[in-house]
Write a protein that binds this ligand. Structure first.
Ligand code: GLN
Length: 280
């Protein structure tokens, strides 16, 4: 069997299971199988594929057909200008979340040696992207998941920012270390009862702990804001990702905790996705 035929067959299997980008997904999984990039696959599609590789390719196709996201199958996802190693223990970095990075960079153009805290650091995509762009900033990331911290650490080493990063395993409630010039967070904010309505790939495969925001979707956001209010320096900026329908509630919580609301930022789909505030 050659690469091209195997991909065609894989793509057909995915299509029958209603996977929308079946051809692209099959190509990516073939690239993963033979440990080459997609260009190589396209340029060498007549090369034959050995039995073991074909078996592995079919296993990947089978997992994809059950809905497992491509990012988890290939253990990587592009975010901002880096590639992040990820596993099923971390949320898959989303293009929408790049908005948080964009805002931070906007507010820190002429600033030096800022201390940044990321609450719920996950794969590290937000914090490490900032550290990579701002070479003299220092980052602290906390997460309740030790596995996420290990992944963040690996990514920090790959991105060459690990000497400016500290990571702590901690619940947001219990973290009391330091004072920060800027705080970012993409906490779990989906209402528990709505998780089952998310796309199947998200609901069945992404870590519930990174999605579930409790009964009203605001349980973790409340904790994050309350804690940030104590950890942030006066005039420090706080940049928080929220769900499209949480703006008014979150504004109220922020005001109560002593933050001035600067702006609400829209994501690529025109949803209000990120709220920028300042500690007063
Ligand atoms: N934006 C994610 C989604 O698409 C949710 C991320 C979160 O809860 N922080 O479901």
């Amino acid at each position: 069997m050659n690469i091209n035929l195997a991909i065609k067959e894989g793509s057909r299997i995915l299509k029958n299971k209603f996977i929308s980008n079946s051809q692209l997904d099959a190509e990516i999984l073939m690239a993963k199988t033979i440990n080459k990039d997609r260009n190589y696959i396209l340029l060498n599609c007549n090369n034959s594929i050995n039995k073991n590789d074909l078996k592995y390719f079919h296993e990947l196709i089978e997992q994809r057909s059950l809905g497992k996201p491509i990012a988890y199958l290939v253990n990587k996802k592009q975010f901002w200008d880096s590639e992040f190693f990820i596993t099923g223990d971390t949320l898959i970095p989303r293009p929408d979340t790049e908005l948080v990075v964009e805002k931070v960079l906007q507010f820190t153009k002429q600033r030096n040696k800022l201390n940044i805290l990321d609450i719920g650091v996950g794969s590290g995509c937000i914090l490490l992207s900032i550290l990579k762009e701002r070479k003299n900033f220092y980052g602290t990331g906390i997460d309740i998941s030790k596995k996420c911290l290990n992944i963040s650490k690996m990514n920090a080493i790959t991105l060459k920012v690990s000497s400016r990063l500290k990571l702590y395993k901690s619940d947001v409630d219990k973290f009391n270390l330091g004072k920060y010039d800027l705080i970012v967070s993409n906490p779990p904010y989906i209402k528990t009862k709505n998780i089952k309505y998310l796309e199947r790939d998200v609901a069945n495969f992404e870590p519930r702990i990174a999605l579930d925001g409790g009964l009203d979707g605001l349980s973790e956001i409340r904790k994050v804001i309350k804690k940030s209010s104590g950890l942030i320096k006066k005039n420090g900026k706080f940049i928080l990702e929220i769900s499209f329908d949480q703006k008014n509630n979150v504004k109220d919580i922020l005001k109560k905790e002593g933050f001035y609301i600067n702006s609400i930022e829209k994501d690529l789909a025109n949803n209000e996705r990120c709220i920028v505030s300042t500690k007063i």
